[in-house]
Design a protein around this ligand. Structure first.
Ligand code: HEC
Length: 206
């Protein structure tokens, strides 16, 4: 189990925001409780995960697994958009390096670094879902906090991400994702990361 928690004093945060290239923050604006940003990120991620799960399950029950591939293709990005709008944070999912289905879900930058370190932790016995990082320093201007968590492969994921994909499911996957690299997973593997980025509230102060 690996937990990375990095806290920086409020003053250092202000300096880092300025280092990002944007205009320096004005005279001592009160920063929100650091815990607030983290709570917001966590609430948004929980909402995102819950909705994906519930809606996927419903789609599979209603129309069967092959149709659920189409569902994921269209609805996963839509659910992300909705949750982002409701919580006022950016969020998404990325695959572990080299194992993505949607080319838009390749881990880059900070997410790529985290994916590598989460994978190393899981390789040495850590639980995928226990991997979490909260980043408050080295964040770009306009960002208050970044948070990411590991995603565990469960039994229910295997029909679309495992070794033996039914032909009709494989056909739907190939149709939408000709470059698919997200099969061959086993239960308990690290599938990827779910992440959120909370914007700095100083943006709203003139
Ligand atoms: C019905 C088929 C299906 C099932 C079941 C399924 N997925 Fe997926 N998964 C997909 C499709 C299709 C995409 C691509 C979605 C997109 O275009 O954003 C995807 C994408 C992902 C991604 C984003 C990274 C990437 O490679 O694009 C993650 C993470 C993921 N799935 C995890 C899971 C987990 C964890 C489970 C089980 C709890 C699961 N999936 C179950 C079809 C499925």
């Amino acid at each position: 189990m690996k937990t990375m928690l990095r806290f920086v004093p409020v003053l250092a945060l202000g300096a880092l925001v300025a280092c990002g290239g944007a205009t320096a923050p004005g005279p001592a604006t009160t920063r929100p409780e650091a815990a607030d940003a983290q709570a917001r990120a966590q609430a948004a991620l929980k909402d995102f995960g819950d909705r994906l799960r519930t809606e996927l399950r419903e789609a599979m029950t209603r129309n069967g697994a092959p149709a659920a591939v189409d569902f994921c293709h269209v609805q996963a990005p839509r659910i992300a958009e909705q949750v982002m709008a409701e919580h006022g944070v950016r969020l998404g999912r990325v695959a572990v390096p080299g194992r993505n289905r949607n080319p838009g879900n390749v881990a880059e930058g900070w997410l790529q670094e985290l994916a590598v370190s989460f994978q190393a932790a899981v390789d040495t016995g850590g639980a995928p879902e226990a991997q979490m990082a909260v980043i408050r320093e080295d964040v770009p201007a306009g960002v208050e906090l970044r948070l990411a968590r590991g995603i565990r492969v469960e039994a229910a994921c295997l029909m679309c991400h495992g070794d033996n994909i039914a032909p009709e499911i494989a056909a739907r996957i190939a149709e939408h994702y000709p470059q698919d690299r997200a099969t061959g997973f086993s239960e308990g593997d690290l599938r990827g990361l779910i992440w959120a980025e909370v914007p700095a509230t100083t943006e709203t102060t003139p």
